[in-house]
Design a protein around this ligand. Structure first.
Ligand code: CUA
Length: 162
């Protein structure tokens, strides 16, 4: 009779999980990756957000920012600074809302801002977007968490919240 109890328990948890997934998918509208827009990986510059002059940090409203980034092996292109040097640090004030828009020119990369809830997979042909509020001040390291080749560990940048 113990088997019966476990069988009922198993079926009940299965039903519960299905309910949770169903709730998430249909009520809250969280379909995995459905919000991802397509893009030509060979020509990311053709997309307004990924034109060289639009890369990096842009303030779109008071306390609201967009960061456009092109990942490639083995770099995050966040645009160039006024001295034409590649930007490696994104600086935003504490409490600001930041929308990260990331795409890749070649293979699958990761985009994780360690210590925050920002963690995306970046796939060729798609734009990965994630908006977050930077609640805590500090320096957060951006890392690639998808193995992308010999220089995988060299892919990083910094988000500085002040
Ligand atoms: Cu890019 Cu690992």
């Amino acid at each position: 009779k113990y088997e019966k109890i476990w069988l009922v328990f198993g079926l009940a948890s299965l039903a519960l999980f299905l309910l949770i997934i169903g709730f998430a998918a249909f009520w809250k509208g969280t379909h995995p990756q459905s919000h991802i827009e397509t893009i030509d990986p060979q020509n990311v510059e053709a997309h307004e957000s990924f034109k060289p002059e639009n890369l990096g940090l842009q303030e779109v409203a008071d306390g609201k920012y967009i960061v456009n980034i092109v990942a490639s092996a083995f770099n995050y292109d966040i645009g160039n600074d006024e001295n034409d040097k590649p930007v490696k640090t994104i600086r935003v004030p504490k409490g600001s809302t930041v929308l990260f828009q990331v795409t890749t020119k070649d293979v699958v990369h990761g985009f994780q801002v360690a210590g925050t809830n920002v963690n995306m997979m970046v796939e060729p042909g798609h734009i990965s977007r994630l908006e977050t509020v930077m609640k805590n001040a500090g320096e957060f390291t951006v890392v690639c968490n998808e193995y992308c080749g010999v220089g995988h560990h060299q892919m990083f940048a910094t988000v500085e919240v002040y």
